[in-house]
Design a protein around this ligand. Structure first.
Ligand code: CA
Length: 224
C-alpha cells in the first residue's frame, strides 16, 4: 500500500487525515514544518505528499519547489486556505499536481489521492530515472534536472536499457544483443564507444558519475 506524507502544522487536521488514511489502508508519515516535510519527502519511501501551504520554517510552496528542484516527481497535493487563488496558482506553478481548499471533504481527498497515484503508475512505465536523470520513453527525451539532453537514438536506447536494469551490472554482450539487436560477433568495442559519447554528454557536462564501469564485465547505472 502507498505511503503518504502529511505536512501540516495544525495537529488536529494532520491527526484527522492520518486516521482516515490509515483506515483506508495507507501508511502515513507526518511532518509539522516545511524543513521536516522536505527531509521526509526526499529521504523516506514516500509515494505521495499532502502539503499545507502555511507552515513553520518555510512554506509548502517552498517545499514543493525544492522537491522538484531535486528532480523528484513524487505526486504533491497542496492544501490551501479557502479561496486563496494566489496560493493555488503558485502551488501549481511550482510543481504541485493538485490542490484542495480547506475545509475539504475527506472523500474528495481520497479521490484525488487515487488519481494522483494512478497517474504516477502510468508514468513509471514511460519514465526511467536515476538521481536527476530522467528518460521519457514515450517522447524519446532525456533530461538532467530541467535541462534537455540531445542523445542519438542509439545512445538513448543504451541508456534506456541500463536504466531498465538499474543497480545491476550489465555486460557488454548483453547490451549488444539487446540494444543493437543482433550478435556483434565478439567486437564489443562499439559499446564502449557509445558509452564514451554518453559520458561526454551527461557525466562530463554535469560533473556527475551516472554510467559506471564494472571492470571485466560492463556497465552499471546506480541510484544516487
Ligand atoms: Ca498550516
Amino acid at each position: 500500500m502507498a505511503k503518504i506524507l502529511i505536512v501540516e502544522d495544525e495537529r488536529k487536521i494532520a491527526r484527522f487525515v492520518e486516521l482516515e488514511l490509515k483506515h483506508e489502508g495507507y501508511e502515513v508519515a507526518i511532518a509539522g514544518d516545511g524543513q521536516t516535510g522536505l527531509d521526509l519527502a526526499m529521504s523516506e519511501d514516500i509515494d505521495l505528499v499532502i502539503l499545507d501551504v502555511m507552515l513553520p520554517v518555510f512554506s509548502g510552496i517552498e517545499v514543493c519547489k525544492r522537491i522538484r528542484e531535486a528532480g523528484s516527481d513524487i505526486p504533491i497535493i497542496m492544501l490551501t486556505a479557502k479561496d486563496d487563488v494566489m496560493d493555488k496558482v503558485t502551488g501549481l506553478d511550482n510543481g504541485a499536481d493538485d490542490y484542495m481548499t480547506k475545509p475539504f471533504a475527506i472523500e474528495e481527498l481520497f479521490a484525488r489521492i487515487r488519481v494522483a497515484l494512478n497517474r504516477c503508475k502510468d508514468k513509471e512505465k514511460t519514465m526511467l530515472t536515476a538521481g536527476k536523470l530522467r528518460l521519457d520513453c514515450k517522447k524519446y527525451e532525456v533530461y538532467y534536472g530541467e535541462e534537455l539532453i540531445a542523445l542519438t537514438k542509439k545512445e538513448f536506447q543504451l541508456m534506456q536499457y541500463l536504466l531498465m536494469h538499474k543497480n545491476e551490472a550489465v555486460s557488454r554482450e548483453e547490451l549488444l544483443n539487446n540494444v543493437w539487436e543482433y550478435d556483434y560477433l565478439g567486437d564489443t568495442n562499439v559499446v564502449d564507444v557509445y558509452i564514451r559519447y554518453i559520458r561526454q554528454k551527461i557525466d562530463a557536462k554535469y560533473n556527475v558519475k551516472i554510467v559506471n564501469t564494472v571492470r571485466g564485465v560492463g556497465y552499471i547505472i546506480k541510484d544516487e
